[in-house]
Design a protein around this ligand. Sequence first.
Ligand SMILES: [Zn+2]
Length: 203
Amino acid sequence: MKCEVIRDLIPSYANGLCSEYTQEIMQEHFGNCDECKNIYESIIIAKDNAAVKTEENHSSLHTIFHKIGKSIRRRRQGIILTAILVAFTLTAGAAYFMLQHVGSIHSIFFPEQKLVINKVGDEWEEIDSDILFNSIFYEKSLVNDANSVGPLNIKVVDERDNVIVGPFSVNPGEAYSLKELQNDKTYQLQISAVQGKYFVNIN
Ligand SMILES: [Zn+2]
């Protein structure tokens, strides 16, 4: 058979697509013709190289994916670390703020009005400072401080001098509820007590 015909058939033969009869002819020809045999062998080598390359590509793709996965994992760890750091900073900041402002926070949640009363006679007398419950955090209770010289007789009056609570008496160290007083309304205290110094806390 002519070399041209053999060479046309080499690719099919290399891929195992030829019939047994053609294969026999090819093998017989390669036995007698080195040129065709070389062409055939170079095709086989090229084919093997291509197969190896594909495998290499697969493994390098694998490496790339592995690297991407690694970097995503590393980035995720970074994000988690950052979140922890931010949360920690915020908490520490809030704690620091609380420590700096304990007084003002305390006065928001536990508001108090302190009155110091110097009683010179024992007749009823109106105290200058108003009572004003301007926050929902007031308990609305009046405490005659334990350091006061004695019991206080008290009337709570509104702006028109109507008595709203009392008269009632509170011993030193005792409290009296002013629950019936309204928010955001000013009241005055009228007090009768023996001469001396009194400390009253409205909270
Ligand atoms: Zn040949």
